[in-house]
Design a binder for this molecule. Structure first.
Ligand code: CU
Length: 419
């Protein structure tokens, strides 16, 4: 290569380094992080639409004080046509999506079964859940329902903002053990942990200081090289070594004995799968069926459309009330109103259009259903165009005159149109 060529390359490298450097500095100055999305938007749309459907969600308050109880409850449906990319939910953990323990979880239930451990849930089933939390950190937090599936990862449900007020120092997390003591989990045995670690650290450091106070490397190295090791380890060193050896063993034994006598009753960590939980019996089960004939969405666009054949074998008139997918709820405002203050960014109060609203007893109807809202785009469900499996899944809620809901699972190939 000629010198001139080398110079050109060098200049190019310099130029790109300068651009990269400027961009890095600029982005770190101008980038103001906002906590708007919390992981779910970046997940593949088809995964969000075909795994867990959360509904009837109730966040108990908009604002709570430190130490107050707050709860998130509702139901979830495990989609039948579970995607291959996620292991079946045989080992699942009901979690809460929050930025660290801003709340502590005091209890969690699926179908009234206490679930501090993982459980198995069945595809196609519906479950109720309830998580009790206790406010711990002051601030505004976005709290999500969430299911962790082994071999699949986090399946994040809808999140809602809640404010915690008060004084963080007042936070306590008291539990009473089976031995009758009441302890505060926030700081239980913290002094003991810190004390023992400091103690051993000091012993270790003292042992080093004992040696380091004399010239350490070069002089000792040279004397060993010359074979003149006389006096490198003195009688006092040997005594100190023996004292430390015996002392350490004695202190370990003492520590063991004293903690044994202070805590005579201890148990190993309680772990293991809690087994499968049976799903709840749903009203209208087996009496109402739906079959998607075709489905599509426009790119770019904010609309999902599908044609579904619904058969109503019940003895009531059923009206199409809402459609839910990936946490976004499209409501037919003539039938369904939001009851519990669903997160605004996920709610389309008037986003559902139907070609036929009511289905009489014994009737089979083919209905065109259109869900339109910015949420389809903002929640990046429209990004299903980038997914390797262009299929959707969702729940269609039909309402009888008494307000009971028949829930139909809908899903199938979702074909984009570009015109
Ligand atoms: Cu969030």
């Amino acid at each position: 290569m000629k010198d001139a060529d080398v110079q050109v390359i060098k200049n190019k490298v310099k130029k790109w380094l300068a651009i990269g450097f400027t961009a890095t500095i600029a982005s770190s100055i101008f980038y103001v992080p906002t906590a708007a999305a919390h992981g779910e938007k970046s997940q593949a749309a088809f995964l969000r639409m075909r795994t867990i459907h959360w509904y009837d969600l109730k966040w108990s308050a908009d604002s709570v004080a430190i130490n107050d109880t707050y709860s998130l409850s509702g139901k979830f449906h495990v989609f039948s046509e579970w995607p291959e990319a996620v292991s079946l939910p045989r080992v699942s953990f009901l979690n809460i999506g929050q930025p660290g323990p801003v709340f502590v979880r005091t209890a969690a239930y699926i179908n009234d079964v206490f679930v501090p451990r993982s459980v198995g849930i069945e595809t196609g089933g519906d479950y109720t859940f309830h998580v009790d939390l206790k406010a711990r950190r002051v601030g505004e937090w976005h709290i999500h329902a969430m299911m962790n599936v082994e071999g699949g990862g986090p399946l994040i449900g809808p999140g809602k903002w809640v404010t915690i007020t008060g004084n963080e120092r007042d936070f306590t997390d008291k539990v009473t053990t089976l031995t009758g003591q009441t302890v505060d989990l926030e700081n239980v045995n913290l002094g003991t942990v810190v004390g023992w670690h400091l103690f051993w650290l000091i012993i270790g450091l003292s042992w080093m200081v004992w040696w380091v106070r004399r010239p350490l490397f070069l002089s000792r190295y040279m004397r060993i090289e010359e074979g003149d090791t006389e006096g490198l380890i003195t009688e006092a060193d040997k005594k100190a070594g023996l004292a430390v050896l015996v002392g350490v063993l004695v202190i370990i034994m003492y520590g063991y004995k004293s903690s044994e006598s202070e805590f005579p009753i201890t148990i190993p960590l309680q772990a293991g799968l809690l087994g499968d939980i049976a799903s709840i019996e749903m009203p209208y089960k087996g009496k109402v069926t739906g079959r998607v004939i075709s489905a599509g969405y426009r790119v770019p666009g904010r609309t999902i459309k599908f044609k579904v054949e619904i058969t109503n074998n019940s003895d009531k008139v059923l009206s199409v009330g809402s459609f839910e997918t990936g946490g976004v709820r499209f409501l037919n405002s003539k039938v369904t109103k939001d009851k519990y203050g669903y997160p605004e960014e996920l709610l389309a109060p008037d986003g559902l259009e139907v070609s036929q609203q009511d289905i009489g007893p014994g009737e089979t109807a083919v209905i065109d259903i259109t869900g339109t809202d910015a949420a389809w785009e903002v929640q990046r469900l429209a990004d299903v165009i980038y997914d390797p499996d262009s299929r959707f899944g969702g729940l269609l809620f039909l309402v009888d005159p008494d307000g009971n809901e028949a829930i139909i699972e809908v899903g199938g190939p979702l074909i984009p149109t570009f015109a």
